[in-house]
Design a binder for this molecule. Structure first.
Ligand code: ARG
Length: 492
């Protein structure tokens, strides 16, 4: 017991050592060849959280859900001036800074304010737009709320990781502040009276209000420095040459007043057309893609998880010399560790953490994380299955002259598998549902698609009902199929 504990501690220590020094150094200092690097790569990956009209939002363009808005126009101009292609990666606002620091994206344009705290971790260009803060409320409450101070005793919502969230927390009294990752969810919560107001940038507040007759905007009266109310582009810390170059573009945008003259009116047009089609059937393609990815992740993870599970189970049952004991300890520590940490954390660790060494795409990261996780659980099923095979079977096989390995392969494992088939089936069904966690790293599975449809249509409940039904159809069909095979196995 003591030994095992020591090993576990060593494992954790090793993990921590692996992560801590790396987090501070990579991508940061080093000689500054940031400009050269982007131009050589030929693409500039822009990270953004498209729930913030007119800055960035989803709109249907030529039948396809696309990220549009003034920040996208700015990104396009920046890329054009650098002579590279622009690629847009959508994610939640509170993931943007990590994604930039770990190299998942090259820059952030997301209505982000260059606050001193953020400046410590990333480099900002000059500001391109001055916004200011408003609070969106239900129109029926107009008499009740005048500014931030009217919410005493009430609930104010703001997007997590934003300056509005911090301001709402620090500059109100007696007010409950609720953070949510998505701006569209905040608006839905407001409309269903879970919140009394939502703090956001003034232009965004105006966009939501003009798009929805039940809403109104009031001034926030937050006391903010001007850097906390204007937006800038963020790059990795130390990217001086890149920032200097992009500053020229930003300065030109400002000098020619491009945001007010071109970018905002263009965004406004999308905002109007955006309200047209909100029927769920219109989005069948998005849901279909979601199903496809959910199934890809589940099938791959069950397959790899099963292989990992067999190996782990065998390792956990190894006994004898030093090497075998070591193997057993490692396998045991692994299983304990995986089962003792949330899968969500593991997914983020693989995507962002391992991402410091190898740049894994989100889908691959998701499959790796879920396979590694599932492997630990499957190992336990398999171990139980092996233990359930009567020892007499092994003895008989051994006395017939079979080696240890042969006995395992031809006699024990086949019988064990038959015993654990129901548990493996359960694992498959569980993974269909749990694979939804990878939506947080931007894998386009069902949950992710439903979020896109929700922010596209501003409809909160319908997309949730749709995916609920879809998940049920998937799991129910899967369990019928598995039952069929189970019955068949019982017969032969
Ligand atoms: N301006 C605020 C900040 O920098 C919020 C920006 C939110 N942007 C978005 N795309 N949702 O914290």
């Amino acid at each position: 017991m003591k030994k095992r504990f020591g090993l576990l501690l060593a494992l954790i220590a090793a993990l921590v050592m692996l992560v801590v020094p790396v987090g501070n150094t990579t991508h940061a200092q080093a000689a500054d060849n940031s400009l050269e690097k982007i131009q050589k790569k030929g693409v500039l990956v822009m990270g953004t959280s498209p729930d913030y009209p007119p800055y960035e939002f989803q709109a249907t363009v030529n039948g396809k859900s696309t990220v549009v808005g003034m920040d996208v126009q700015i990104g396009k101009k920046v890329a054009k001036d650098l002579g590279v292609k622009l690629k847009i990666k959508s994610m939640s606002f509170d993931s943007l800074l990590v994604a930039l620091q770990t190299g998942k994206i090259d820059m952030i344009i997301s209505g982000m304010n260059p606050t001193p705290a953020r400046r410590k971790n990333v480099a900002f260009t000059h500001t391109y737009y001055q916004g200011g803060y408003d609070i969106v409320i239900n129109k029926t409450d107009k008499a009740k709320y005048k500014n931030k101070d009217s919410f005493s005793g009430g609930t104010l919502g703001a997007q997590t990781g934003t300056t509005q969230y911090n301001a709402s927390k620090s500059q109100t009294k007696n007010t409950t502040v609720k953070g949510m990752t998505s701006q569209s969810d905040l608006i839905l919560a407001l409309q269903s009276h879970k919140l009394d107001g939502v703090a956001m940038e003034k232009p965004s507040a105006e966009a939501y209000v003009s798009n929805n007759k039940q809403l109104a905007a009031i001034p926030s009266d937050f006391n903010m420095s001007s850097s906390a109310t204007s937006s800038a582009i963020a790059f990795r810390k130390g990217s001086t040459s890149l920032v200097n170059k992009v500053n020229k573009t930003v300065d030109q945008i400002k000098k020619e007043n491009l945001v007010k003259k071109d970018y905002l009116p263009a965004a406004g047009k999308y905002l109007k057309t955006n309200t047209v089609n909100t029927s769920m059937t219109h989005y069948w393609k998005a849901f279909l893609t979601g199903i496809e990815y959910t199934l890809i992740i589940t099938v791959c993870s069950v397959f790899f998880g099963f292989i990992i599970g067999i190996l782990l189970a065998l390792a956990r049952m190894a006994k004898g010399n030093f090497f075998k004991n070591l193997l057993r300890w490692i396998a045991t520590a692994y299983v304990e560790f995986i089962r003792g940490t949330p899968m969500m954390v593991q997914v983020m660790f693989v995507y962002f953490g391992l991402g410091l060494f190898v740049n894994l795409p989100a889908l691959t990261s998701g499959i790796i994380a879920i396979s590694l996780n599932s492997g630990a659980y499957v190992a336990e099923y398999i171990r139980g299955g092996i233990n359930s095979v009567n020892i007499g079977q092994t003895e008989a096989a051994r006395s017939l002259g079979m080696s240890n390995g042969e006995t395992m392969r031809y006699v024990v494992l086949p019988q064990a598998l038959k015993n654990i088939w129901p548990s493996l089936g359960n694992e498959f069904i569980t993974l269909i549902k749990d694979s939804s966690i990878v939506s947080i790293i931007g894998v386009t599975e069902l949950i992710y698609q439903s979020n896109i449809v929700r922010s596209d249509t501003y409809r909160g409940v319908a997309p949730i009902v749709v995916i609920m039904v879809l998940y049920f159809i998937l799991t129910f069909t899967a369990s019928r199929i598995l039952n069929y095979f189970e019955r068949k196995m019982q017969h032969d």
